[in-house]
Design a protein around this ligand. Structure first.
Ligand code: GDP
Ligand code: GDP
Length: 436
């Protein structure tokens, strides 16, 4: 099941980002800020009682008739299009404004049903605060105070009654083999690479029911191994080569990342690393997915340009030292076969299971090499480690006062586990638990 998508629209200052933060706070900083591409739209993942959804803070429908930026409005409306639920926020303190009317009008013309959310109802009678907004003609109205997290929960309950009853199972698991997501900005070469990765394989394309915001899942075999390629570029949906390339969709990208075992982030080497590339990589890490980087269009680049890209990679990507980096030409096919080696290595690392004895041995070896520090007069004690999960590997470290372990020591532990267990291509999650 693709995660439900909720779009927040409304004038500036009505409380969209406050509500966005409330809805996404269960997962710190999981915010893909695709600035430039999407102006100031923000995407985040929300969790509520084991269910997950995507929230978009559109930011683009200002309702300011003077300065309504057409491009921003267009982009916000694209987000509105992709959403399952649209929440139109208004400010219960400021009262109904001309801007609210304008936005209501835009939404109406757009033909997307929305719910009205009257925010900032704290410190006043909520019904009184909401009264004047009924003139906007919405049937579904929620009264909330986002900054006090009031009304948010019951709003979610009514938005997703079905969703909340039944915890999500991992639908992606029905696809065979290693699930490879190919993601990247528009025009970096995703379609070209997708075709290369599939090669001449005869593939059966299962089009997911739903909208163009869904990726296509393509199961195939290569050298006797099974894979499912998650095609965000819509390559195989096109009936012929002349059909227009699908519009780039961030939601599609985010869902592909979540559903993949290994994500190949495609970067246009000729543009160098741009901020959106970094946001995408950041998102893959937050999601805990394995990562392979493909710097594409390497053909025909000058030696100086190649050197400069490599320097930039060293300078700006130190935080993904564990990920393989390939310099490829999807167009000519060079370097593409090697991607498969990295994909396998990353997948194996992400899925391996280690016995508690082995992890504890490594932990105690690390401690011997480097004593944990003394905090508030007592030395932090690390006793044993066990594995809490895979994809990404989770290593749970037990001891005393472990929550006081400084970051430097945590990094030392991560490096030690990585080296000894030969974990490559995937992030590792550490969890520290104190107790006797
Ligand atoms: P945005 O521009 O729509 O994203 O609005 P923000 O989320 O930045 O909020 C604008 C201002 O309203 C901030 O100062 C918030 O602290 C405040 N605010 C947001 N929600 C509430 C609320 O429920 N009650 C009150 N009193 N203030 C709020
Ligand atoms: P997508 O939007 O990310 O799916 O990108 P496409 O695969 O449609 O590629 C965008 C453009 O870049 C097309 O004109 C491709 O022919 C071109 N392109 C893709 N890969 C390469 C490459 O490795 N080298 C060169 N020179 N051009 C490429």
């Amino acid at each position: 099941m693709p995660r439900p998508v909720i779009a927040l629209v409304g004038r500036p200052n009505v409380g969209k980002s406050t509500l966005f933060n409330q809805m996404t706070r269960t997962r710190d900083a999981l915010v893909a800020d695709f600035s430039g591409l999407t102006r100031d739209r923000k995407y985040g993942e929300g969790r509520y009682e084991g269910h997950r959804f995507i929230v978009i803070d559109t930011g683009g429908l200002s309702g300011d008739d003077a300065g309504l930026d057409a491009e921003m409005a267009r982009q916000s409306l694209q987000a509105v299009d992709e959403a399952d639920q649209v929440l139109f926020l208004v400010d219960g303190r400021a009262g109904l404004t001309a801007g609210d009317h304008l936005i209501a009008e835009q939404l109406r013309r757009h033909g997307k049903p929305a719910h009205l959310v009257v925010n900032k109802t704290d410190g006043q009678d909520p019904e009184m605060a909401a009264a004047e907004f009924y003139e906007l003609g919405y049937e579904s109205v929620f009264l909330i105070a986002a900054s006090h997290n009031r009304g948010v929960r019951s709003m979610l309950e009514s938005l997703f009654p079905d969703m909340l009853e039944e915890p999500e199972e991992d639908e992606a698991d029905k696809w065979p083999g290693i699930r490879i997501g190919v993601v990247g900005r528009p025009n970096v070469g995703k379609s070209t690479l997708t075709n290369r990765l599939l090669g001449e394989e005869r593939v059966v394309v299962y089009d997911l029911p739903g909208t163009t915001r869904d990726s296509i899942y393509i199961p195939y075999e290569r050298h006797g191994e099974e894979y499912t390629l998650i095609d965000t570029a819509g390559v195989r949906r096109r009936k012929n080569v002349n059909e227009a390339v699908e519009k780039f969709s961030i939601i599609k990208t985010l869902q592909a990342v979540e559903d993949a075992h290994v994500v190949v982030v495609v970067v246009d080497a000729r543009d160098g690393l741009v901020d959106q590339d970094l946001h995408l990589i950041g998102f893959v890490l937050e999601a805990g997915r394995s990562l392979v980087l493909a710097f594409n269009k390497w053909d025909g680049m000058s030696v100086e340009d190649r050197e400069s890209v490599k320097r930039e990679v060293d300078r700006r990507l130190p935080f993904v030292g564990f990920a393989d980096k390939h310099y490829i030409s999807a167009l000519h096919g060079s370097g593409v076969g090697l991607l498969y080696d990295s994909i396998h290595e990353a997948y194996d690392s992400a899925m391996t299971k280690w016995p508690t004895r082995r992890l504890t041995e490594i932990l105690l070896g690390a401690v011997q090499q480097h004593q944990p520090p003394v905090v508030r007069g007592r030395r932090v004690k690390l006793r044993y480690a066990h594995q809490g999960g895979s994809n990404p590997p989770r290593i749970v470290v037990h001891g005393n006062q472990v929550e006081s372990l400084p970051d430097a020591y945590r990094r030392f532990l991560e490096n030690t586990f990585r080296k000894v267990l030969d974990i490559w291509g995937t992030p590792i999650r550490f969890e520290f638990r104190s107790g006797e």
